[in-house]
Design a protein around this ligand. Structure first.
Ligand SMILES: NC(=O)C1=CN([C@@H]2O[C@H](COP(=O)(O)OP(=O)(O)OC[C@H]3O[C@@H](n4cnc5c(N)ncnc54)[C@H](OP(=O)(O)O)[C@@H]3O)[C@@H](O)[C@H]2O)C=CC1
Ligand SMILES: Cc1cn([C@H]2C[C@H](O)[C@@H](COP(=O)(O)OP(=O)(O)O[C@H]3O[C@@H](C)C(=O)[C@@H](O)[C@H]3O)O2)c(=O)[nH]c1=O
Length: 294
């Protein structure tokens, strides 16, 4: 059985990927306690000891607003670590699958972003992830960078859980209606990763590069919130949803501006690997079903 090392395995995507691959892969899962990505020497040692065939790097500093002031920690995990992972992986002949973000773009394009579009991050988080993409590529290791968007799942910190929690105490939630993207579930990303790893090894190696990988379709955060409550209500008849009020981003001030357009064209992923993620509605229903059964 082939061996895969998963970093950030306590996070939403890392946990889902590790769970999805168990059974068909020997999974070595590392969280922050066992592999601190801010420690390049530890990365080198763990990779040299375990000699994985594939490394899935799902660890990252994802607190977008906090990254503006906690910059060193964000840079260590998001910018430096991918390069260290690439160098260590190259030594043992491993392929690296790495996650990145829609926030490498400024969101001013009118249509979905393609991989060749110029990047222009407007946040430290986005800039740190872009530097990480470049560091991984510069290491010379065969790699696939999956840029995704608006990730949520049944655990961790994410917009879905924030909104379900808000419903417990709030009569009304006010949500931005001028940022558009594809909410992508951790489970959808885990399945896409599994499909990627099922490709012939030489194909994966020769397809080195950046791929956009998000759920099909798009919504605003306001639309997404309404759908969350409507669908949660259908499986929990006693649920009382707060009023959902659409607002412009200017009425929800955050330390960092978010891109207005987060839509990512997945055509390259589909053409190269024949991998297509399901519509975001399916990811949401699956995740709500997991929450309902918990
Ligand atoms: N969440 C989202 O909306 C999106 C995420 N992405 C990307 O997808 C990937 C997975 O994100 P997601 O699972 O959602 O994020 P999470 O925040 O859920 O998980 C990231 C994990 O990385 C860990 N981590 C952070 N810093 C370090 C470190 N120095 N050493 C070891 N582990 C560390 C975190 O640990 P701890 O909790 O202890 O900090 C956490 O367990 C990331 O690359 C992210 O940039 C892309 C687009 C959207
Ligand atoms: C909680 C809340 C948020 N919002 C807005 C703020 C923001 O513009 C948008 C989403 O809020 P979040 O805090 O989830 O946004 P954010 O943390 O920026 O989410 C991002 O995380 C990183 C890691 C990524 O890579 C991105 O793809 C994206 O998912 O909704 C409201 O309008 N009303 C609310 O009640």
């Amino acid at each position: 059985m082939n061996r895969v090392l998963v970093t950030g395995a306590a996070g939403q995507v890392g946990a889902a990927v590790a769970a999805q691959l168990r059974g068909s892969w020997e999974v070595i899962a590392h969280d922050r306690a066992s592999l601190d990505l801010a420690d390049p020497a530890r990365i080198a040692a763990v990779v040299a000891e375990t000699r994985p065939d594939v490394i899935v790097n799902a660890g990252a500093y994802t607190a977008v607003d906090r990254a503006e002031t906690d910059t060193q920690a964000a840079l260590a995990a998001n910018s430096v670590a991918p390069g260290a992972i690439g160098i260590a992986a190259k030594h043992v002949g491993a392929v690296v699958i790495h996650f990145s973000t829609d926030y490498v773009f400024d969101g001013t394009k009118a249509t979905p972003y393609v991989e060749s579009d110029p990047t222009s991050p407007v946040s430290v988080y986005g800039a740190s992830k872009l530097t990480g993409e470049r560091a991984l590529a510069a290491s010379g290791v065969p790699h696939v960078i999956l840029r995704t968007s608006w990730v949520y799942g049944p655990r961790g910190k994410n917009f879905l859980l924030t909104m379900l929690n808000a419903a417990k105490t709030r009569e009304e939630v006010r949500v931005v209606d001028d940022q558009r993207g594809a909410p992508t579930s951790a489970l959808q990303l885990a399945r896409a990763t599994q499909a990627l790893l099922a490709q012939p090894a030489d194909k994966l190696r020769s397809a080195t590069g950046v791929y956009h990988c998000s759920a099909a379709g798009d919504v605003t955060w306001f639309d997404f919130t309404r759908e969350i409550y409507e669908r949660w209500g259908k499986i929990n008849p006693g649920f009382r949803a707060p009023r959902v009020v659409p607002i412009p981003s200017s009425e929800y001030p955050t330390p960092v501006k978010r891109p207005a357009n987060s839509r990512l064209s997945n055509a390259k992923l589909q053409e190269t690997f024949r991998i297509a993620l399901e519509p975001w509605e399916q990811g949401l229903d699956e995740t709500l079903a997991v929450l309902a059964s918990a």
